[in-house]
Write a protein that binds this ligand. Structure first.
Ligand code: OXD
Ligand code: MN
Length: 581
């Protein structure tokens, strides 16, 4: 008997009966297990060894060409009542979804090994953490879960103590896009994922558990599960603040989480530390502040664009003990992706010979998986059981126009409206219209496990007299001038905006109060050693009334789309903004 938890044992046995594996392996997280599975993946061709001298213990995995990204159109929330999933999710009834998935899973592990992975999302001794068990027939998934979560015996022991866990069942199936579904059963705390080996579809601890299922649990239990990075800022006096920030994909979350401040700041003694780059669980502590943990233990980051210039901390962690998926390789078998440097790779992400000018060599969604402990800016506070107290919450998006560099919400309720209606522009990379504004509330559009209107009500419910809630801000690093050039330098220079935000948290500077919120006096943004013209900064911090009136009309239409469940408070806030012009 592998566990004293009868519910877990019964579930594992029933899955084995359904899927008929040749072997069952309970994962312990041991060093030997890690080495044996790496060898197995090398032997069966799923892994290739990268150059040992430059990248010790690093492996390359090239996936099926049809299996390279999350599949939102095949991702379902299966609640008893359709309206509970909301217009923001695809819905299927639990009965229909179970029948469909049981059909797909029947006998699917014949000839394969079934791995049972107990895991803990968050520090093993944290009351904020939650456990799950993923059953999978993919050793690649096991090796990614080993880096991304606290997995193995300590997690199993916690499950045995607490008796609670999220059930995640995964099989790569035949990797057939027509036989692929990612089903969530929030009311059963269960996930079933079939037909994909890709991270967000297959590493069930991440998007499926830590966001979709956890957001549902968080609403029931009074906490928040968010698509946010968490970073620490230490000022020259040694005071620390923690910031949580939500951005949609391709808006630089990993870069911000690992930011290296400009030289002058470093010399003055400023320091940024990384707690997490993708997911944040937070809940009010006894002191009324929001305390946050990063439920993950590793980074599953987008490789293209990561370089010495954009994110030196990320690059530094990728020279050892990492898995690379769908990147290109150089002549001497080092991993390579667009934006890394000016070498020309010899093999593309499908393993074919590559010559210069053939288009992208790495897949645009190629990834690295690496333990967070490898990151030079990783904070030991990320291992703290109590989490870190959050001083500021930031909502960001990519907007060429209109949205200022930074803006402070008047209060929590206004901040919730800001988060609920934050938007990002589609880019030329996406087929169809370019520059179209798409709303992505709290960057949770693909990840909220229930009706968005109920989610906004849940956010509003934190506004209680006893709570000392963080200040809320919006940021926009992506404004462009008439010639299409970025007006703000971004990357490490975003430190200047963080400094202003934290000065606001400490009431060290004021704001100019406008209809849309509090804007900085440009003189309060540190411009030392910054090459920016005064009129450009003024423009980045100005309010375009006509543009905002149009925006507010669109925001109202957007909220209306969520029907009667939309909290009245959001409409009241919208009216206040409108009345402020
Ligand atoms: C994402 C990710 O797709 O973090 O958001 O992988
Ligand atoms: Mn993400």
């Amino acid at each position: 008997m592998e566990t004293t938890n009868q519910a877990l044992l019964d579930w594992v046995n029933s899955v084995a009966e359904l899927t008929q594996p040749d072997h069952i392996q309970w994962c312990t997280g041991s060093v030997e297990e890690n080495e044996t599975l790496n060898q197995l993946l090398l032997d069966n061709g799923s892994f290739e060894k990268l150059k040992e001298e430059t990248h010790p213990n690093c492996f390359l995995h090239l996936s099926d060409a049809q299996d390279v990204a999350r599949v939102e159109h095949l991702t379902f929330i299966c609640t008893e009542k359709q309206e509970d999933a909301g217009p923001n999710n695809h819905w299927m009834s639990p009965q229909e979804a179970h029948a469909k998935m049981n059909g797909l899973f029947a006998g699917c592990m014949r000839g394969r090994t079934m791995y049972v992975i107990p895991y803990c999302m968050g520090p093993i001794d944290s009351p904020i953490s939650r456990c799950g068990v993923e059953i999978t027939d993919s050793a690649y998934v096991v090796q990614n879960m080993r880096l991304m979560t606290r997995m193995g015996t300590p997690a199993l022991q916690r499950i045995e103590r607490e008796g609670q866990f999220v059930k995640g069942l995964h099989s790569t199936g035949e990797l057939d896009p027509d036989r692929r579904f990612i089903m969530h059963f929030p009311e059963e705390l269960a996930i079933m994922s079939y037909g994909s080996g890709y991270g967000g579809n297959a590493l069930l601890g991440k998007k499926c558990h830590a966001l979709r299922i956890a957001s549902y649990q968080a609403q029931k239990e009074g906490w928040l599960a968010e698509h946010m990075l968490i970073l620490g800022v230490e000022n020259p006096q040694g005071q620390k603040h923690y910031v949580a920030a939500a951005f949609p994909s391709a808006c630089g979350k990993t870069n911000l989480a690992m930011l290296i401040p400009p030289e002058g700041y470093v010399q003055d003694g400023w320091k940024i530390t990384t707690i997490g780059d993708d997911i944040c669980w937070m809940r009010p502590g006894e002191d009324g502040r929001l305390w946050a943990i990063n439920p993950e233990a590793g980074f599953f980051g987008v490789a293209p664009g990561t370089s010495e210039a954009t994110n030196p901390n990320a690059l530094a962690m990728l020279y050892k003990d990492a898995i690379f998926t769908n990147v290109a390789t150089t002549e001497d078998n080092q991993p390579w992706w667009e934006g890394l440097d000016d070498r020309v790779p010899v093999r593309d992400w499908q393993g074919n010979a590559y010559t210069e000018g053939q288009g992208a060599a790495a897949h645009p969604n190629s990834r690295f998986t690496v333990s967070a402990k490898r990151c030079p800016s990783y904070s030991e506070e990320a291992e703290s059981a109590s989490g870190v107290p959050i001083s500021a919450i930031i909502f960001g998006g990519r907007r060429e126009n209109l949205v200022p560099l930074v803006c402070e919400a008047r209060d929590w309720q206004h901040g919730v409206l800001m988060g609920a209606t934050v938007a990002s522009e589609t880019t030329a990379a996406a087929a169809g219209a370019v520059g179209v504004v798409r709303r992505d509330p709290m960057a949770m559009k693909p990840f909220c496990g229930y009706h968005f209107a109920d989610y906004w009500s849940h956010w509003l419910s934190f506004d209680k007299a006893d709570n000392k809630l963080p200040k809320i801000f919006t940021v926009n690093w992506f404004r462009k001038d008439q010639d299409g050039r970025f007006m703000w330098p971004g990357f490490g220079e975003n430190m200047r905006v963080l400094e202003w935000i934290l000065k606001r948290c400490d009431s060290q500077v004021g704001t100019t109060d406008t209809a849309i919120g509090g804007l900085p006096d440009p003189a309060d943004i540190n411009q030392q050693d910054l090459d920016i013209q005064a009129e450009v900064l003024n423009e980045l911090l100005a309010v375009n009334v006509k543009g905002w009136e149009q925006e507010l009309t669109e925001v109202r239409e957007y909220l209306d789309g969520f029907g009667e469940r939309v909290p009245e408070a959001l409409y009241n806030e919208l009216d206040k903004v409108k009345a402020g012009f």
